[in-house]
Every structure is written in structure tokens, then in C-alpha cells.
Design a protein around this ligand. Structure first.
Ligand code: HEC
Length: 146
């Protein structure tokens, strides 16, 4: 029955397309590939090795101004000149509600690997391990208290 087979195939494709759309929307999801974030297996447990002391925050701020501010805005609100207006809420690094969904390791992989859509560049070729953790420490300091 080729027609039924055809229909089944088309239905499967539609479901798969819907699922990947959904995956792209769940920013905190550990989903891999497609338009989503690419996260390492230790994303939930990896810890920031740095303490938020003055030199670390200063180093992190410098990286932020250089690499992140154009999109995330000077205060991390997601209002930089290159920000994606449709993704502003997801780009707000100060929202305390997003903090619990973004433990250290998750943020680390987000910065390391970026994502395709909404577009955030990968920084693994631009920043070393220490720079990544220092900018993370700085962005964590921008979070409003819950
Ligand atoms: C070209 C613009 C752009 C640049 C540059 C950029 N980002 Fe992003 N960033 C985004 C977008 C868009 C999102 C939202 C993606 C989404 O929908 O989840 C995002 C999301 C994030 C998130 C996840 C927020 C959350 O609550 O899920 C973190 C953390 C982050 N960026 C940190 C950084 C850091 C640190 C830098 C600099 C090293 C940086 N970004 C540079 C565009 C950018």
C-alpha cells in the first residue's frame, strides 16, 4: 500500500520537524545539535573554578566589553546594537529566574559552542579557558538578586 506508507513517512517528517522547533525553543534543554545549544555531558556538574574577586571581575568585564556587549548590551540586558529583537528575553543575562536554569557548566558550554539560531557565536577559538570563566564570573555578577 504505497499511499499509506507515503503518508506515514510524511507524518514522521512533520513530527520530527516540530520536535526540532521545540528543541530550539527550550534554551535550558540539554538537547543537542540542530539549532540548539551543544552541551558537554558534564554541563550540569562542571563548576566555575574562579572566585568573583576584583581582578577576576575586571578581567571578565574586559572580555565582556570586547566580545559580548554588542549583543548583550552594556548591562547584560540583551539590548546591544547587534541583539536579536526576537530573542531579547533569552539574551537577558540579569534575569534571576534564568540563573537557576543556567548553572556554571551550562553557561560554559553555551559560550564555548554558541548556537545557530538565535545566533550566538562560538568562542572556543577566540577565548581561552580562563577568559571564558572570567567572563562567566562577570556575567553572573550582573544577575539581579531574586
Ligand atoms: C551576535 C550576538 C551575540 C554575541 C556576540 C554574544 N551572544 Fe550570548 N546570546 C546571544 C543570543 C541571541 C542568545 C539567546 C539564545 C537563545 O535563544 O537561547 C544568547 C544567549 C546567551 C546566554 C544564555 C542565556 C540564558 O539564560 O540561556 C549566555 C550565558 C550568553 N549568551 C553569554 C554570552 C557571552 C559571555 C558572550 C561573550 C563572550 C556572548 N554571549 C556573546 C547572542 C550573542
Amino acid at each position: 500500500m504505497p499511499n499509506r506508507l507515503m503518508f506515514a513517512l510524511m507524518a514522521t517528517t512533520a513530527v520530527a520537524a516540530g520536535a526540532s522547533l521545540l528543541a530550539a525553543k527550550t534554551t535550558a534543554g540539554i538537547a543537542q545539535g540542530g539549532n540548539s545549544w551543544t552541551l558537554g555531558e558534564d554541563a550540569a556538574t562542571k563548576k566555575n573554578p574562579l572566585t568573583p574577586d576584583a581582578p577576576t571581575l575586571a578581567a571578565g568585564k574586559a572580555v565582556f566589553k570586547d566580545k559580548c556587549q554588542r549583543c548583550h548590551g552594556p548591562g547584560g540586558l540583551g539590548d546591544g546594537p547587534d541583539s536579536d529583537p526576537d530573542a531579547r528575553e533569552d539574551m537577558d543575562l540579569t534575569n534571576p529566574k534564568r540563573a537557576e536554569r543556567n548553572p556554571d557548566g551550562l553557561v560554559y558550554y553555551k559560550v564555548l559552542n554558541g548556537r545557530r539560531r538565535p545566533k550566538m557565536p562560538a568562542f572556543k577559538d577566540e577565548l581561552n579557558e580562563g577568559q571564558i570563566w572570567s567572563v562567566i564570573t562577570y556575567t553572573q555578577s550582573l544577575r539581579k538578586k531574586p
